[in-house]
Write a protein that binds this ligand. Structure first.
Ligand code: NAD
Length: 393
């Protein structure tokens, strides 16, 4: 079939296998050039949320940059004869294929990472992967990169939903419809206490702790095992909906979990740069900021995507010589370039000046739209989108 993007309300409903394959290969090539294994770099890495965005980059960097055996967990839909799979399905398939070609052992577990069943399946996968690679079944890096709107508590069976809302006061501001460039006004009512608590339940640190406990109980961790989970802080004008909103509360809980896990295994929250992934595309306030930010960072030669961010996280932070550099709160900051004064000042000026008329000139809406489509395998250079292709690979 001929596969063209089907986008509704900033959500892309399909994906292109050839474009997804090229994106994975591009990231592999990048880490091969920019990372090399050292004595302290991971030999066996577990990546939770391995199929897209930051998790996919973390897995590619561990495997192709450091030669690590990787076990990845994600929840994706496989392709069918007449329907494309999710982008993550293609990313995983291509990753495993490329890993196998390169002689790297990889196992991918598909299913609900919040469930105890998937934790048990993962334990099995880790043991099998280690046996196949003839290395001890000791995970030395756990990356927690899940982004999900829902979670079923494995103990109670109760389902929780996360929301992106301010806490306390309502928020009014400008947002962007990325697909057509119209500036829209965004009004969001504050979350109820229950909504905030539910968001913490879904996107907070509880599940990360459960993963570490489960792996520890099975003897798969050692005192040297390092773990990292990802967060975002961003500019002050987004704080009412982000840092001080429901999701920010969940990220505070992630920091609590990092401190708790660190009592046994060195663990960090890494604050990453704002990027276009499947998760951010649905937040209009963030979209407008990202379009302004990308323009500024590209002009200043500071722009990075997921793979550049994770390469810097591994090389200059987690596996740099000496202590891991952290901020006053103990967090790793690879949003440092985004948060530079000159970058923030220039982005804020653009945010003030932008209108539906000048958005294509003064912001990088074109680049952001490209990243959004590329996250689904579309608009990727080198792919013939007129070519008949089977969605099943
Ligand atoms: P993403 O949407 O690209 O990927 C999410 C991953 O989670 C996918 O692999 C998906 O399969 C997996 N997942 C979701 N629910 C699951 C479930 N129930 N079971 C198994 N797997 C499941 O997300 P992303 O943007 O890369 O975000 C990852 C983390 O990075 C999040 O914590 C996010 O807050 C953080 N972060 C993102 C940005 C950004 O701009 N995108 C910036 C800073 C930090």
């Amino acid at each position: 079939m001929i596969i063209k993007p089907m986008v509704r309300n900033n959500i892309c409903l399909n994906s292109h296998p050839a474009g997804c394959a090229l994106e994975v290969q591009r990231q592999i090539e990048y880490v091969k050039k920019n990372l090399k294994p050292e004595e302290n770099t991971p030999k066996l890495a577990l990546i939770l949320g391995c199929s897209n965005g930051y998790g996919l980059a973390s897995r590619i960097a561990a495997a192709f940059g450091y030669g690590a055996v990787t076990v990845g967990v994600s929840w994706e839909k496989a392709a069918e004869e007449k329907r494309t799979g999710t982008p993550g399905f293609y990313h995983n398939t291509i990753f495993d294929r490329e890993a196998s070609k390169a002689g790297l052992v990889s196992k991918t577990v598909d299913g609900d990472a919040f469930s105890d069943e998937i934790r048990s399946e993962t334990v099995k996968a880790v043991r099998e992967a280690a046996a196949e690679a003839k290395i001890p079944a000791k995970i030395d890096l756990v990356v927690y990169s899940l982004a999900s709107p829902v979670r079923i508590d494995p103990k109670t069976g109760e389902q929780y939903r996360s929301v992106i809302k301010p806490t306390g006061q309502a928020f009014s501001g400008s947002g962007l419809n990325m697909m057509d460039g119209t500036i829209i006004s965004v009004n969001v009512e504050p979350a109820t206490e229950e909504e905030t608590a539910n968001t913490v339940k879904v996107m907070g640190g509880e599940d990360w702790e459960l993963w570490m406990e489960a792996m520890d109980k099975e003897g798969l961790l050692s005192p040297e095992t390092r773990s990292v989970a990802y967060s975002y802080i961003g500019p002050e004008h987004s704080w009412p909906v982000y840092k001080n909103g429901t999701i920010g509360k969940a990220k505070e809980d992630l920091e609590r979990a990092a401190r708790a896990i660190s009592k046994k295994f060195p663990s960090w929250v890494s604050v990453n740069k704002a990027l276009v992934t499947r998760s951010t595309a649905v937040i209009p306030v963030v979209q407008l900021y990202i379009c302004c930010l990308f323009k500024v960072m590209k002009e200043m030669g500071l722009h990075e995507g997921c793979i550049e961010q994770i390469t810097r996280l591994y090389k200059d932070r987690l596996y740099a010589a000496g202590e891991v550099p952290v901020d006053s709160e103990g967090r790793i900051r690879i949003d440092d370039w985004e948060m530079r004064d000159e970058v923030q000042k220039a982005a804020a000026e653009k945010m003030k000046a932008v209108t539906s008329e000048n958005v294509f000139d003064i912001t990088d809406i074109a680049g952001v739209k490209h990243d959004f489509l590329a996250a689904h395998g579309f608009d990727v250079e080198g792919v013939d989108y007129e070519k008949d292709i089977s969605p099943v690979i």
